[in-house]
Write a protein of this length. Structure first.
Length: 673
C-alpha cells in the first residue's frame, strides 16, 4: 500500500502497530484515512482480518469504514469486524448471555418499553408518575449504568428528589428486565464486560482472537465502554484510540473526557501521535477556533493549521433582536444562492432547537428550501410502534409492555377494566400476565363476554406465533395485519384522508423492512433477531444527524453538526446563557464542554463563517438585554469583520476599538483579559 500521500504524523500513526497508541486527531485532520490505512497496513503485514476489531459509534460510520477498507484491500478484508460498541456487545451476548441466567433468546428493549417499565416500577413504589418524569428517571439509570455504578441517593444537600426516586425504582426496573428476558441498550456494554471478567475461558477466547483493537471517536466513550476495551485488550494492549478531546461534547449522555486525557493511565506504556494539519477550513477560521479552545484549562495541547492560508474574515453580526438576526441570515443565504452557491453547502447552527423557529420563518419568506435535521423518527410513529408491538408479543410472550399496548388495538372488546382485573389476578397468583389471560374463563369478576374475547385474542397470537416460526415473515405479517383490520382502523382514526394514507404507507414500510431483512438473512431470519436489530439500529442512529437533502439549507444543533462540514456556516446566538448555555434541565453549567461545543461549530466551516448574536431577546413577553458570549473575547480582533445592523459602516481609523466596544468586550485585542 502506498503511504506517500499521508503526512508524517499520519504515516507514524499507521506504522505504529504494537502497544497502546493514542492518535489525537484534530478537526478535519483525516482521521478516517489514518484508521483505514492502518487496517490495510496490518493486513499487508500478514495479520488475519479476523484478528482486527474496529469499533465506532454509529452504524453509518461502521458501514462506510468497512466499505472503504474492502475497496482498498479487496476480499481479504471481508472477515473484519467493524461495528458499533453496542452491536459488538449484542453479538457477544447472543452467544453467552445464558451464562448470567438470561434465556438464550433475549430481547433488546427500545426506549418506549423502558419507559413503560419505569412507570410500572414507580406505581409499585407508589411514586406519582405525573409529579416525576419517567424519562428523567431513565436518564439517571442510564448514566449510572454508563459509569458502572448503582443509583444511590446523594448525601444530604447534594442530591434532589430524583436521586431518591431513581434509587427506589432501579431494583424493580432490573427485575422487570429479567422477568421479560430482556436487556436494555446500556446492558449491551455492561453485561459483555461482566462475562469477560467472570469467565476466564471467554476472556481468553476474545483476547486471543482480537489482537488489534481500533477505536474511532474515542473522546465519546464512557466509563463502561472503556472497561470493555480494557477487558478485550488483555495483556497485549494493542489498542489504537483515535479521537480529539477538544470535541468531547456528549458528557450529558455519559461521554467521559478523562478517558482520552488519561489514556496513558488506562493503557500504560503507549505512544501519542498528534494530527494537527487540517484539510477542511481556511486558516482564518482555524485561528479563531484555536484561540477559543486554547482557553480550556485541561486539554491535550495542539494547534490546528492548514496550507489554505488567508480567507475572508469572520463576519460577526450584531442584530437588535432574534427576528432581525434571522432575517439577516435569510438575506445572506438568498444573496449566496443568487451568486451560484448550492444551498446544500450552507448550514445554520444553533445551541438549542428553539432557535430554529425565526430562521425557518425568514427562509420561508424568501422561498428558500431548508431542512431541519433531527425531526421525529419513523419508528416513533404510533401506528409503526403498534405493528412492532404485535411482533414483540409474538416473538417474546413474556413482553407484557407490548401486550398491554396492543391488546385492544384495533378495538376488539378487551377494555381497560378487563385488563386491570387480569393484571391484578396475575399479581395475586404470581404468574405472568399471559397465563392469567389463559385462565380468563375461570375468573368471575371480568365484564360479560370479556373472557371469550381474551381467548380469541390469545388463540390468534398462538396461531401467528406458529406461522412466523415457519418463515415467510413479511407474508405472514401482512396476513396478520389484514386479519385484525389494522390498516382500516388506522385510516378510521386519522384526522384526514391524507393522514390516513400516510399511516397506511408507514405500515407498509414496516412490512417491507421485514421483507428486506428476510432477504438479507435468508434461512437465519427470525422475528426476534429482526426486532433486536431494529432496536439496536434505531438507538445507535438516534443521535446521528444526517445532512439535509440536495438543494436545501441545513438547520441543526451544534451537537448534531459534529463530523459534518459546509462551505458556509452561520453560527447563531453567540450570547451568554445560549453559548455558553446556562445549563440544561436544572444541571449546572459545564463551561469547558460549552467551549468545546463552540470549537466544533467554528470548525464546521470550510470557507466562510458568520457568527451572529442578538442585543435583545423576548422572554416571557418582554425584551431582555443580552450579554455577548465570553467566547467572542477570545477571538483576535484582526480575524473579525463587524456587521452591526443598527450602526453606520465604521471608519478605518478606529476599527478595532469600535469592534470591541460594540461587542461590550473591552480590554486589549487578541483575547487578553
Amino acid at each position: 500500500m502506498d503511504l506517500s500521500k499521508l503526512n508524517p504524523p499520519q504515516r507514524e500513526a499507521v506504522l505504529t502497530t504494537e502497544g497502546p497508541l493514542l492518535v489525537l486527531a484534530g478537526a478535519g485532520s483525516g482521521k478516517t484515512r489514518v484508521i483505514t490505512h492502518r487496517i490495510v497496513h496490518l493486513l499487508d503485514e500478514g495479520v488475519s482480518a479476523r484478528a482486527i476489531l474496529a469499533v465506532t459509534f454509529t452504524n453509518k460510520a461502521a458501514t462506510e469504514m468497512k466499505e472503504r477498507v474492502v475497496h482498498m484491500a479487496g476480499k481479504r478484508a471481508q472477515p473484519l469486524t467493524i461495528s458499533t460498541f453496542h452491536a459488538f456487545g449484542a453479538d457477544l451476548l447472543r452467544e453467552d448471555l445464558y451464562r448470567l441466567g438470561w434465556p438464550r433468546k433475549f430481547a433488546i428493549l427500545d426506549t418506549g418499553d423502558q419507559l413503560a417499565l419505569i412507570r410500572r416500577a414507580m406505581r409499585e413504589r407508589r411514586i406519582d408518575d405525573r409529579a416525576f418524569d419517567a424519562r428523567k428517571v431513565l436518564t439517571a439509570i442510564s448514566r449510572a449504568k454508563n459509569s458502572n455504578t448503582v443509583p444511590e441517593p446523594r448525601p444530604e444537600g447534594l442530591g434532589d428528589d430524583y436521586d431518591l426516586v431513581t434509587a427506589e425504582v432501579f431494583p424493580l426496573y432490573q427485575l422487570g428486565l429479567r422477568a421479560q428476558g430482556a436487556v436494555d441498550f446500556d446492558d449491551l456494554i455492561i453485561l459483555p464486560t461482566q462475562l469477560l471478567r467472570d469467565f476466564e475461558d471467554l476472556r481468553e477466547k476474545y483476547t486471543r482472537r482480537f489482537r488489534y483493537l481500533l477505536v474511532d471517536e474515542f473522546q465519546d466513550t464512557n466509563v463502561a465502554q472503556l472497561e470493555l476495551l480494557q477487558a478485550l485488550a488483555g495483556t497485549r494492549r494493542n489498542v489504537c484510540a483515535v479521537g480529539d478531546d477538544d470535541q468531547c461534547i456528549y458528557s450529558w449522555r455519559g461521554a467521559e473526557v478523562r478517558n482520552i486525557l488519561d489514556f496513558d493511565r488506562f493503557f500504560p506504556g503507549g505512544k501519542e501521535v498528534r494530527l494537527e494539519q487540517n484539510y477542511r477550513s481556511m486558516q482564518v477560521i482555524l485561528d479563531a477556533a484555536n484561540a477559543v479552545i486554547a482557553q480550556n484549562p485541561e486539554r491535550k495541547a495542539k494547534k490546528m493549521w492548514t496550507d489554505r492560508s488567508g480567507g475572508d474574515r469572520i463576519k460577526l453580526v450584531v442584530a437588535h433582536g432574534e427576528e432581525d438576526e434571522a432575517r439577516y441570515v435569510a438575506s445572506e443565504i438568498h444573496r449566496c444562492a443568487q451568486d451560484g452557491v448550492p444551498l446544500d453547502s450552507i448550514a445554520v447552527l444553533y445551541r438549542t432547537n428553539g432557535q430554529s423557529r425565526p430562521v425557518e420563518e425568514a427562509l420561508r419568506e424568501k422561498s428558500l428550501p431548508y431542512e431541519v435535521v433531527g425531526g421525529s423518527e419513523f419508528f416513533d410513529r404510533r401506528e409503526v410502534k403498534d405493528v412492532v408491538a404485535y411482533f414483540k408479543v409474538i416473538a417474546n410472550p413474556r413482553d407484557e409492555v407490548s401486550l398491554l399496548r396492543i391488546v385492544n388495538v384495533p378495538a376488539r372488546g378487551i377494555g381497560d377494566v378487563t385488563m386491570e382485573r387480569l393484571v391484578a389476578h396475575a399479581r395475586r397468583l404470581e404468574v405472568p400476565l399471559q397465563e392469567a389471560m389463559d385462565r380468563a374463563g375461570e375468573l368471575e369478576d371480568l365484564p360479560r363476554g370479556a373472557a371469550e374475547k381474551v381467548a380469541e385474542f390469545r388463540g390468534m397470537l398462538q396461531r401467528y406465533r406458529a406461522a412466523f416460526d415457519k418463515g415467510n415473515l413479511a407474508e405472514v405479517s401482512a396476513q396478520l395485519l389484514e386479519e385484525i383490520g389494522f390498516k382500516d382502523a388506522a385510516r378510521l382514526h386519522a384526522p384526514s384522508a391524507a393522514a390516513g394514507d400516510r399511516k397506511v404507507k408507514s405500515v407498509d414500510q414496516v412490512v417491507a423492512s421485514l421483507g428486506a431483512f428476510e432477504r438479507r438473512e435468508g434461512k437465519k431470519a427470525d422475528l426476534l433477531t429482526y426486532l433486536n436489530r431494529l432496536s439496536l439500529d434505531s438507538r445507535e442512529e438516534e443521535d446521528e444527524e444526517l445532512p439535509a437533502g440536495k438543494g436545501r439549507v441545513t438547520l441543526m444543533t451544534l451537537h448534531g453538526s459534529k463530523g459534518l462540514e459546509y462551505r458556509i456556516v452561520f453560527l447563531l446566538g453567540a450570547e451568554e446563557d445560549l453559548l455558553p448555555h446556562s445549563g440544561m434541565q436544572g444541571e449546572s453549567q459545564n463551561l469547558p464542554e460549552e467551549r468545546r461545543l463552540a470549537y466544533v461549530g467554528l470548525t464546521r466551516a470550510r470557507e466562510i463563517l458568520y457568527i451572529t448574536r442578538a442585543a435583545t431577546r423576548v422572554k416571557r413577553g418582554k425584551e431582555v438585554p443580552r450579554t455577548p458570549s465570553r467566547f467572542l473575547a477570545d477571538i483576535p480582533a484582526e480575524l473579525v469583520e463587524l456587521v452591526d445592523l443598527d450602526a453606520p459602516p465604521p471608519g478605518p481609523s478606529n476599527y478595532t476599538d469600535m469592534i470591541r466596544a460594540r461587542l461590550g468586550l473591552g480590554g486589549a485585542p487578541g483575547g487578553a483579559k
